[in-house]
Design a protein around this ligand. Structure first.
Ligand code: PHE
Length: 481
């Protein structure tokens, strides 16, 4: 295939979002998920509260958001799966200008010549590959945790939380995760649902549902935050989250916070490249991504504002709860509040939907790759990749029971996957995407795609060229040593 240098009028073969609002909802659906409500409070407690939150917010603004813009831009221009889009842009950018004499017209003219064809292999494709693998690895444990959420919907309906004590809540959780058969059942159901939606095409199913779900989740979280305001531990919870203890900041905390920013905003692995490839050319990339990043951060902070007052009201120790933090704390509050059964049920249902809108974006890059590259149907691609992910998930399930003591470098299988994807794969993917957008892609392509003032453009470009790559490298090296 020859590279056309004409303005980009191509469309993704998978379709296009019907409006920019739908993109905002879909990308917010991808970003807002278990990461915000399950993982963010857990990480905040793991890394000592306010110090972590502060670094997290700085990472979102200075590192994650500029990379998010780059990712959406690459996707929208490439209009293919991430591997294809990176290849297309890399080849399209490798043109050079030659000045020659046109003997017929008797004048000097400048022509753009190409070094390569759109189909030529480039090493940048590897970034797309690593992203697809990261997506599958993340989904394999994400689905297990989403399974916990589904099970908690039914616990909530049955009234199991009514008047529950701190000890009972903890033992309910421990008994549940210690039962691999139950976890497997829920993990299986969640994976089937994910594959079913993905097999129908992300666009159709997602467009309608996210418009109701995302606002629903926002409203419920805000109401819950009003409830925790009435708890005696409200101010202690807020102080824990918002007053940073600077002495707690070390390489590990910074790496954890940066990794959390990548995970929560769904960047570094191609999800937003795919969503960007369905975005119409008229929508402003900087505006839509800013809205998504803000909404995502808002939900994470809100989740903390709900969880930590509960933690302090009931004298729990935030540093020891681990991944069970929200499943152990929230039932206590639900069990004590008026109308708790209904509120708890609605909460876990909405969390489940938030999880599924994220899970489909985790698998979509690999699905589009299989469809475009191997010419197989969407249902077939979904079934094959879904099975692979499901199989991997069994490792996570067992790491909460039979294989809890089986450790590699001190990590269980689940810890290993979680740490490796968030702290290594996503930041590395993000770093390469920043370098690609900052140095490799032709200036005019980016300038046309972004369509922003010179001042904003220079600001963004210095972030992706220098700030993000240098920060990620330093944090990475420092955190690992
Ligand atoms: N951002 C999602 C969440 O917070 C998880 C996710 C990570 C989704 C990476 C897509 C890509 O739950």
């Amino acid at each position: 295939m020859e590279i056309d240098i004409k303005p980009n009028q191509r469309k993704s073969i998978h379709g296009q979002w019907s409006s920019k609002i739908v993109f905002i909802f879909a990308a917010t659906g991808s970003a807002v998920g278990l990461g915000n409500i399950w993982k963010f409070p857990w990480m905040t407690s793991e890394y000592g509260g306010g110090a972590f939150v502060l670094i997290y917010i700085l990472s979102v603004i200075l590192i994650a958001l500029p990379i998010m813009i780059a990712e959406v831009l690459i996707g929208r221009h490439g209009k293919q799966n991430p591997v294809g889009s990176l290849k297309y842009l890399s080849n399209k950018s490798s043109t050079f200008d030659v000045t020659e004499i046109d003997s017929d017209l008797q004048r000097i003219q400048t022509k753009s010549k190409k070094y390569s064809n759109a189909d030529d292999y480039t090493n940048w494709q590897l970034v797309g590959w690593s992203g697809m693998i990261a997506g599958i690895l993340i989904l394999s444990f994400y689905s297990v945790i989403a399974g916990w959420t589904m099970s908690y919907i039914f616990k909530a309906i049955s009234g199991a939380f009514s008047g529950i004590t701190v000890e009972d809540s903890k033992s309910m959780f421990d008994t549940f995760v210690g039962d691999p058969e139950k976890l497997l059942g829920w993990h299986t159901i969640f994976m089937i649902l994910t594959c079913f939606i993905v097999s129908k095409g992300v666009k159709g199913g997602l467009e309608k549902s996210v418009k109701i779900l995302i606002p629903g989740l926002f409203l419920l979280l805000i109401s819950l935050a009003f409830y925790t305001y009435t708890l005696s531990g409200f101010y202690d919870g807020l102080a824990y989250m918002f007053i940073p203890d600077i002495s707690k900041i070390d390489g590990n905390v910074i790496l954890g916070a940066m990794g959390m920013a990548f995970f929560s905003l769904s960047i570094g692995m191609g999800s937003l490249m795919i969503y960007g490839s369905y975005l119409s050319d008229e929508s402003s990339i900087t505006n839509v991504t800013a809205v998504v990043a803000f909404a995502d951060t808002f939900v994470a902070i809100l989740a903390g504002v709900i969880i930590f007052p509960i933690v302090f009201t009931y004298n729990l120790d935030p540093s020891t709860a681990g991944p069970g933090l929200i499943f152990q704390t929230l039932p206590i509050a639900f069990g004590a509040m008026p109308g708790g059964i209904i509120i708890a049920t609605v909460f876990f249902i909405l969390l489940f939907f938030a999880a599924i809108t994220s899970s489909i974006s985790l698998i979509e890059p690999a699905i589009t790759y299989m469809i475009e590259k191997h010419s197989i149907s969407r249902p077939e691609a979904s079934a094959k990749l879904g099975f692979l992910t499901w199989l991997l998930g069994i490792g996570t399930i067992l790491s909460f029971s039979y294989a809890a003591d089986l450790k590699l470098f001190g990590f269980t299988f689940f810890d290993l996957l979680d740490n490796f994807t968030s702290k290594v794969m996503l930041p590395l993917g993000g770093l390469l995407i920043a370098i690609f957008a900052g140095f490799i892609v032709k200036h005019n392509i980016i300038f046309d795609e972004l369509n922003i003032s010179n001042f904003k453009f220079i600001f963004w470009k210095s972030l992706v060229r220098y700030v993000a790559p240098i920060a990620v490298t330093l944090i990475f090296v420092n955190g690992l040593l």
